[in-house]
Design a protein around this ligand. Structure first.
Ligand SMILES: [Zn+2]
Ligand SMILES: [Zn+2]
Length: 265
């Protein structure tokens, strides 16, 4: 950014948007002068900041897809839950057919998990990209944010931080506090632990194995998975609504100037 020379009152350039105000810099993108209230991140004028923010497509479609898949995910977990509640006690001892359908449910659940994860991460990627363009960088690239869900060990903690940072950039501490972030992440972590435990019990299972433990673990795992999916839906919707509002503000060319006037008054 080129700072206008201080003290040189005679040749002081004025802001084209606000002719009564002195320019403090020239925009690195279009080269026009900008006053303090027109100056935006990375040395751009307000108009250039607005235009570059709008160059990133919005994430409404991706948010919709991600929430639909979370509902499907909750649905499959619910099927698992009903299975635990209704079918297992009736048979008592595990039959071959029962074990087969249990594996069928697991395979279906895995396919849903993958699809759910893909749509979720596509949404996260687009959201982080938009925030960067809006001058609200969360401190990592969109690709890096996505990797936080995929890198072993890191993915037990980091997705929480990414979602929290996104929320903070969108609405500050009060918005973060209004979201069920901790509950969401606790449900996710618990669902993962129980799912792993259930899979282990399923593999080790013999005719003499303690099926009650496995049933209880399976039941809890399903409950947590349903809760995690529904909380994901709420978070995606809340964050996307905030983001939509932020974008609507910049889609109206007059809005930022009007906002500046109000702030200056
Ligand atoms: Zn500009
Ligand atoms: Zn100005």
């Amino acid at each position: 950014m080129l700072n206008a020379v201080a003290g040189d009152v005679e040749s002081q350039p004025m802001c084209p948007q606000h002719p009564e105000r002195e320019a403090v810099c020239t925009c690195v993108r279009c080269g026009r002068y900008a006053c303090a209230s027109c100056e935006r991140d990375e040395g751009r004028c307000s108009e250039c900041a607005r235009l570059s923010a709008l160059e990133v497509p919005d994430s409404r479609e991706r948010a919709h897809r991600a929430t639909v898949l979370q509902y499907v995910s909750a649905g499959t977990s619910l099927v698992g839950l009903l299975y635990e509640l209704l079918l297992v006690p009736e048979f008592g001892n595990p039959l071959a057919a029962e074990r087969l359908s249990r594996w069928g449910v697991l395979v279906l659940a895995m396919a849903v998990v993958v699809a759910t994860q893909v749509t979720l991460l596509m949404w996260v990627h687009r959201v982080v990209r938009q925030l960067k363009a809006l001058g609200a960088d969360i401190g990592m690239s969109p690709a890096r944010a996505v990797w936080m869900w995929l890198i072993p060990l890191l993915n037990w903690v980091k997705p929480y931080h990414v979602m929290r940072d996104i929320a903070e950039k969108l609405g500050g501490a009060s918005f973060v506090a209004s979201l069920p972030l901790q509950l969401w992440w606790a449900a996710n972590v618990l669902a993962r632990i129980l799912e792993k435990a259930e899979a282990k019990l399923l593999v080790r299972e013999t005719a003499t194995a303690d099926t009650t433990t496995r049933d209880v673990v399976g039941l809890l795992s399903s409950v947590c998975a349903v809760a995690a999916a529904l909380l994901y839906v709420q978070l995606i919707k809340d964050l996307q609504t905030r983001l939509d509002r932020r974008r609507e503000g910049i889609e109206e060319p007059e809005a930022p100037v009007a906002g500046d006037e109000a702030a200056a008054a």
